[in-house]
Design a protein around this ligand. Structure first.
Ligand code: NDP
Length: 601
């Protein structure tokens, strides 16, 4: 810029028009149906590459609590139940160890996207100091194992075991748990923390089954083929390989820099660019960590959630990309002499601050990426929260590597796959290896995602009961399904920026309910239909949902840009007054000891 040139204000009308144009290019009539399940030659994408399956005798025993899923939800609930002196908690997990998403996702560069001090649960209880602000996957997996060991959760755990069905035996007042190992176990209580992001999905591209080269999904990284390891060691075997990766979401953003260093040639097939803001990762200073006072993690969690959801605090303890988004919105609001704190005023403040942020995000692409044409194609034309916002300091830089090629499809996606490679815009890219960074099943039915059916009282299944959408009290208790708990953010706090915070509270709540039921020797605990109806009505009236903005570019945040039916809407509802209010509410609910809405018999 010459000395007397004044900066040109961005033409916001043109920018907003471009957002709509880019969205329209990507809307597809098949929505979620564009994705397929890994079957046939790709069926092994669902297998466990990390642990060998060892045959064992089936089990027919009984425990007090069985938890389906060994990720953060199971570990946290298990730990809280153990603290409440429930000794026989059995976590059943299809993977070979604890960790959930961190067990499966071992791709190079995997790390948490929310600061480890609030993302990693039970830091004070375990004494673990995250080594970096955004910890890498091997450390997170080890933390999961440490929680399992510290709370004796390994004692009763069943790994490499997939639940095939849960059924309530009303006469015995017990749940019967069937698995792919021939088990037929019983439990007084069951809980399910199966997560929305664990079943890999594939793009339904023409010819996908014809590829004869090597192929894998990012959640089952094949280090035997690539060399290297989850710690980020160089993938030596790729040095002479032509590798393609389909997808440029949060996963690809983390693994592409490692591929760019290792591959002979890397082709990144892009349909929609991610927005990439600054990461600013740094090692933790142990001396500073020592200064944190008891109770610090709860304080940090509350501080983050307050700031991230539009509240005010004296200081920003976490200071990351998420709290930055909120800070900007607050600054916008407060810069006005008469701040408009109505929902419309808040939305306007979000739009204004987002306009500024996205201009910066796009300018950063030009600052980092040397080739102008590539830089143009890497620019995101949508609001930052339309898709999972990404933060990285090596992703854009990877496109400066001479062997890394961005193959942009201008919103259309890969055209075709054949035996030797991938077609885009009529051009063929010959490949030795094709990596699918195509994400996970999110929008499908609970049964399809969890992989099993839950049958409650009178033979009614959860899929039948939820045919018109989820119905719960607190996202957790379901009428007709006594002694059962569902664990997840939906119909509760719905805090998406830090999922573990939802799970900490859920674990605490379940442990309190179970401990109470045991102390009064209740055979059953169940939510009344009235309490469930009232909760769903409260949430529907509030209309606080996750995602669903139809002006956004399509993705799993907004049902691939398709209209959201009332039943789908129910599956995304959160507490109307927001996560902070929900956490306060649920703490009060469980500590008063009234357990309003539940019956113990
Ligand atoms: P996503 O579902 O976010 O991304 C799938 C990618 O595949 C998109 O870029 C999509 O393009 C692309 N794609 C689909 N079909 C085609 C096609 N036919 N041709 C070309 N490209 C195609 O999956 P991810 O695994 O990246 O992330 C899933 C979620 O996992 C994240 O949103 C996040 O919640 C979580 N995650 C969290 C991390 C963390 O916390 N550290 C790290 C990684 C993931 P398009 O955008 O156009 O649909």
């Amino acid at each position: 810029m010459s000395a007397n040139t004044t900066p040109v204000a961005p033409d916001l009308d043109a920018i907003h028009a471009r957002y709509l144009q880019e969205r329209d290019k990507r809307i597809r009539p098949d929505g979620n149906e564009q994705y397929i399940e890994p079957t046939g030659k790709y069926a092994h994408f669902l297998d466990d590459p990390h642990t060998e399956r060892v045959e064992r005798e089936p089990l027919f025993d009984e425990v007090t609590v069985a938890f389906i899923g060994g990720g953060f939800a199971g570990l946290l609930t298990g730990a809280k139940l153990r603290q409440a002196e429930i000794d026989d908690v059995r976590i059943i997990e299809k993977g070979g160890d604890f960790g959930g998403t961190w067990y499966w996702n071992r791709y190079p560069g995997a790390q948490c996207d929310t600061a480890a001090f609030i993302y990693l649960p039970l830091l004070e209880e375990t004494g673990h100091m995250p080594t970096e602000k955004y910890t890498h996957a091997p450390e997170i997996l080890q933390h999961c194992r440490n929680i399992g060991a510290q709370f004796d959760l390994y004692d009763h755990a069943l790994f490499s075991t997939e639940v095939t069905g849960l059924e309530w035996d009303d006469a015995a007042k017990r749940w019967i748990i069937r698995t792919d190992r021939g088990d037929k176990m019983r439990a007084k209580y069951i809980a399910m923390g199966t997560g929305p992001l664990h079943r890999p999905k594939l793009p339904g591209i023409d010819g996908i089954n014809d590829f004869d080269g090597h192929a894998f999904h990012t959640s089952r990284w094949d280090y035997e083929y690539t060399g290297g390891d989850p710690g980020g060691a160089r993938m030596e075997n790729l040095a002479d390989k032509r590798v393609g990766i389909i997808g440029t979401g949060a996963t690809a953003v983390q693994c592409v820099p490692h591929l760019a260093q290792a591959c002979g040639e890397l082709f990144v097939f892009q349909r929609t660019p991610s927005s990439i803001d600054i990461r600013n990762n740094k090692p933790t200073d142990p001396e500073w960590f020592q200064t944190l006072e008891p109770g610090w993690q709860k304080k940090w969690l509350e501080n983050f959630t307050t700031l991230q959801t539009g509240g005010f605090t004296d200081e920003d303890l976490v200071m990351d990309g998420w709290t930055d988004i909120s800070q900007r919105i607050r600054d916008k609001l407060l810069s006005s002499p008469e701040p408009d704190l109505s929902p419309a005023g808040m939305l306007q403040a979000y739009h204004d601050s987002d306009d500024e942020k996205m201009v910066e995000v796009r300018a950063r692409v030009n600052q980092v990426v040397e080739d102008e044409i590539t830089a143009e194609k890497l620019k995101p034309w949508y609001r930052q929260l339309c898709k999972r916002p990404c933060f990285h300091d090596q992703y854009l830089q990877a496109f400066n590597e001479p062997g890394t090629h961005l193959i942009d499809t201008d919103g259309k996606g890969v055209e075709r796959i054949d035996a030797t490679g991938v077609w885009v815009n009529g051009e063929h890219y010959e490949l030795d290896c094709l990596i699918f960074a195509s994400g996970f099943e999110v929008g499908t039915s609970f049964e399809r995602r969890s992989g099993f059916e839950t049958t409650g009282r009178d033979g009614l299944t959860l899929s039948q009961y939820w045919e018109d959408g989820m119905r719960t009290l607190h996202g957790m208790n379901v009428h007709g399904f006594p002694n059962a708990f569902v664990v997840g953010p939906t119909q509760a706090a719905n805090l998406i920026s830090n999922i573990p915070h939802n799970l900490v509270e859920a674990g605490e709540t379940i442990a309190t309910i179970v401990a109470h039921a045991e102390s009064i020797e209740a055979a059953e605990v169940e939510v009344t239909r009235e309490a469930e109806d009232a909760w769903v009505a409260l949430l529907e009236a509030g209309g606080r949902t996750f995602g669903g903005d139809p002006t956004c570019t399509p993705g799993y945040y907004n049902n691939e840009g398709r209209e959201i039916s009332p039943s789908q809407l129910r599956n995304t509802l959160g507490y109307p007054a927001g996560p902070v209010a929900y956490f306060e509410y649920i703490e009060k609910w469980r500590t008063t000891g009234d357990f309003e809405g539940l019956t113990f018999s």
